[in-house]
Write a protein that binds this ligand. Sequence first.
Ligand code: GDP
Length: 445
Amino acid sequence: MAFEGLSERLQGAISQVSSGGTITEADLKQMMREIRLALLEADVNFQVVKTFVKSVNERALGSDVLKSLSPAQQVLKIVDEELTALMGGELVPLNFSAQPPTVIMMAGLQGAGKTTTVGKLAKYISEKENKKRPLLVAADVYRPAAIEQLQTIGQQLGFDVYSEGTDADPVRIAEAALNQARLQGNEVVIIDTAGRLHVNEELMAELRNIKAVANPQEILLTVDAMTGQDAVNVAQSFNESLDITGVVITKLDGDTRGGAALSIRSITDKPIKFTGQGEKLDALEPFYPDRMSSRILGMGDMMTLIEKAQQDFDEDEAQKMADKIKDASFDFNDFIAQMDQVNKMGSIKDIIKMIPGLNKLPGVEDFDVSEKDMARVKAIVMSMTPQERTNPDIISQSRRKRIAAGAGQELQAVNQLIKQFNQTRQMMSSASNGKMGNMKKMMNQ
Ligand code: GDP
């Protein structure tokens, strides 16, 4: 999970401070040391860490943290606000031209995820921004595989791909693609440019030439989160050469440290506009600094969760489920239906972590469910009688043995599932009974 290491260390540092009594200046100093180490270990740029810790410290000393009866919460609030500011404060949306087509030029080193991101963006823009028929442009003429990859993506999404093969000049391709877009009435044009293994002047010159003819509203740089500080250096170089308009941080799903996401804004002064969170074409999220900060600090991210749910859930089903959670009539049939639905949204563990107050409950780490686990769970539930499914409390020890035999599973697997089911039920009812309210109260202190 993104930011896993940093999350743990930051939350650890903050919770070490007594949550029920005042703290001393020495305690505060120790906590700042821990926060500093946590950020450095997450590969955040040294200068960024220094400035960050300084402002958190000044604010903590300037406020009533030392006299407060809930210093941990106060510090949490300060760190949350400063992290949010560090990542840019607010979402910076895409800039669209009043006179279509809007041109988005993608740039980045080879392997950063540029071509994949072209596809993700096209899908996002057509669905979320309601811009019809984006035209994808294959201007990476040095790698035949890149052109094929873009064509496959275009086919998958049902969008046109403009290509002249590998023998054409990328600047001319961009020009011709724009003409075609005007003729065809494409509202958005996304240009996939060439990458290199390292930043070099030849590449920058080509990109500047494309920029000059395409006159893009957006120049988005894709950087690979897993390369940490290298990603920050790459962003700095591209920005100096090209004056980019924003950054897409890819592979955040595989980056447990998060240094790039935390440093790029303050080093380049350019906003992170999206993050890539997987290989699939729907794994792109707009970058909300406040939500990201909440996630890092273990305060959950209800907004993203709700949006994901709206996107993936059948509305009627969702309403029914919400009612069931409220009146505690959630049963094994719902559990299975829920599993299918939730599975569409991604890993169950990651989803639970977005719910405030639930991410630190014991047992959360055991919630990762693979397809194999799902099949096993389904087999077990199918071996229950309809009565058992709707009224799980009647499942006695002897019934468990029968269910295990019916499903071809060990008794232990049945016990574990029932335990998980009960935990889920409990979590759901605590989530709907005011955990969120408590969190809000705490943050407003
Ligand atoms: P390009 O050379 O910059 O065009 O990179 P590609 O688009 O070909 O991507 C390189 C590899 O990274 C491919 O295997 C992609 O599937 C993968 N990739 C791209 N974005 C993401 C992401 O957000 N998460 C993960 N896990 N993989 C990604």
